[in-house]
Every structure is written in structure tokens, then in C-alpha cells.
Design a protein around this ligand. Structure first.
Ligand code: PEP
Length: 254
């Protein structure tokens, strides 16, 4: 059975408690769109408050440490996120790979720590504009993904989601063409099947991320192998975020 479209909001470093009303509005609207799985990853300070109030949406985190506990000032472990109510964590986002210098091995270690703590993982990958222009985007993304993917215990592939996010499309208003998205997602699917086998490899959802908005969501979400969207800017208001969820509900899978 096809999985429900998965629409995930990444609030990044946006949101104080004043944003809880927006989370409530998203939750209320999600109750009317049960064909779509709606989730948000607010800043860590809001995970518990959103979790306490949410009836429908799933709450997650934007990063975790690769150790369970220890002398790591300022860090948060996957176990702590799960304790606060998080059900998933976004890992390997390009803003962390670039801004915090996170490499593939660290992303992989974090993903393994997250799975061990019972969290689902959204693992991000994507190429820069220079790599896309040089014609090596497919090779680059597959290599990055292969080196970042965690070991998955048998039967647990549905705990993993991959998000393809071309760096040049994040927050820029530019989006990849449906043809380029389709080509990349097909390659990612083939890699997942090669690594996890036919059945489990098919269970991993592949999201697209990069300037998804209500206006372009329908076209993007109808591309084969696009199982949903990872949304930054347009997830900050219930109106625009749920516009995307509405488009997801109208796709063939939704
Ligand atoms: C993101 O940061 O994951 C993202 C997709 O951002 P935006 O939707 O703003 O491009």
C-alpha cells in the first residue's frame, strides 16, 4: 500500500512561544487532511510545548548529537529529544553541513544514534549549484547519501526518509525542474533498493525540498518517486504550509 504523502515543516531558528498559535492552527487544519502526514520540526525549545498540544501533527527536531549523553556543552541527544516528545529528527541538512562543517561520517553517526533512541530520521542530501552546472549532480548526491546513510536493522526501513534538497533551491525561490527531480529521485530509489533490498528499499520515502510553496507543490508532488516535501519558509504560517498539504492530498497517492 502506498504510504501517505509526508509534508514536513522545518522551522529552522524561527519561533518563540508566540508561534504556538501557528502550530495549533496547523494541527487543527491537519485534522481535516488525514490523507496526508503532516509534521513540523520547530526549534528545540518548542518541541515539548508543541508535542503537548498537538493532536494530529507529528513533532520532530532539526538535529541531534551522535552521543547519548556526556560532556558536550550546549548539545542535545536523540534520547533527550525523544523524551521531549520528538518522533523524528532532520539530519544532514545543508545548512548544518555547510554552517557547522558536518561531514557524511558524522551525519551517519547521528542517524544511528537517532534510530537507537527510537526516532525516525529524515536524512538530507543535495548538490550545490556549481555541482549541478558541472553535470555531476547525480554522482555527487548518490555518493553523499551512501556515505551518510545509517545501518538499518531488518524491518526498520520505514523509519528512514530521505530528503533531496538541491542547495541552490533552498530559500532562493528557485526550484529544480520536474524532470530533474524525477531523475534524481529515481536514482535515489535505485540506490536504496541496492542497499536495503527490493522490499525495504521501496519503503523509504523520498521528499523533495527547496522553495516548495502552495503554488508549485502540486506539480512537484506529482513527480514519480516524490513522497512528500520538506518545507522551510512556507511552513512558518498555517495558511501556506497547509496549502502545500492540500496539494499533497490531491496527488494520486494522497
Ligand atoms: C529547507 O531548508 O529544508 C528548505 C527546503 O527551505 P525552503 O523551503 O525555504 O527553501
Amino acid at each position: 500500500m502506498p504510504l501517505r504523502p509526508y509534508i514536513v515543516g522545518n522551522w529552522k531558528m524561527h519561533g518563540t512561544r508566540a508561534m504556538l498559535s501557528e502550530a495549533r492552527a496547523i494541527d487543527r487544519a491537519a485534522q481535516r487532511h488525514m490523507k496526508v502526514e503532516v509534521a513540523i520540526a520547530p526549534p528545540s525549545t518548542l518541541i515539548h510545548p508543541v508535542h503537548r498540544e498537538a493532536e494530529q501533527i507529528v513533532v520532530g527536531a532539526q538535529d541531534c548529537h551522535d552521543q547519548e549523553s556526556g560532556a558536550h556543552t550546549g548539545e542535545i541527544s536523540a534520547t533527550m529529544l525523544a523524551d521531549a516528545g520528538a518522533k523524528f529528527v532532520i539530519l544532514g541538512h545543508s545548512e548544518r553541513r555547510q554552517g557547522q562543517g558536518e561531514g557524511d561520517a558524522l551525519v551517519q553517526a547521528k542517524a544511528e544514534a537517532a534510530l537507537a533512541a527510537g526516532l525516525r530520521v529524515i536524512l538530507c542530501c543535495g548538490e550545490s549549484e556549481k555541482t549541478r552546472d558541472s553535470g555531476s549532480a547525480l554522482t555527487y548526491v548518490k555518493k553523499q547519501l551512501k556515505a551518510s546513510l545509517p545501518e538499518i536493522p531488518r524491518g526498520a526501513a520505514e523509519k528512514l526518509t530521505v530528503a533531496y534538497e538541491p542547495i541552490w533551491a533552498i530559500g532562493t525561490g528557485k526550484t529544480a525542474t520536474p524532470a530533474d527531480i524525477g531523475e534524481m529521485h529515481a536514482e535515489i530509489r535505485a540506490l536504496l533498493v541496492e542497499l536495503f533490498g527490493e522490499e525495504e528499499g521501496a519503503e523509504v520515502r523520498i521528499l523533495y525540498g527547496g522553495s516548495v510553496k502552495p503554488e508549485n507543490a502540486g506539480e512537484i508532488l506529482n513527480v514519480p518517486e516524490v513522497g512528500g516535501a520538506l518545507v522551510g519558509g512556507a511552513s512558518l504560517t498555517a495558511d501556506s504550509f497547509m496549502g502545500i498539504a492540500l496539494a499533497a492530498g490531491e496527488t494520486e497517492e494522497g
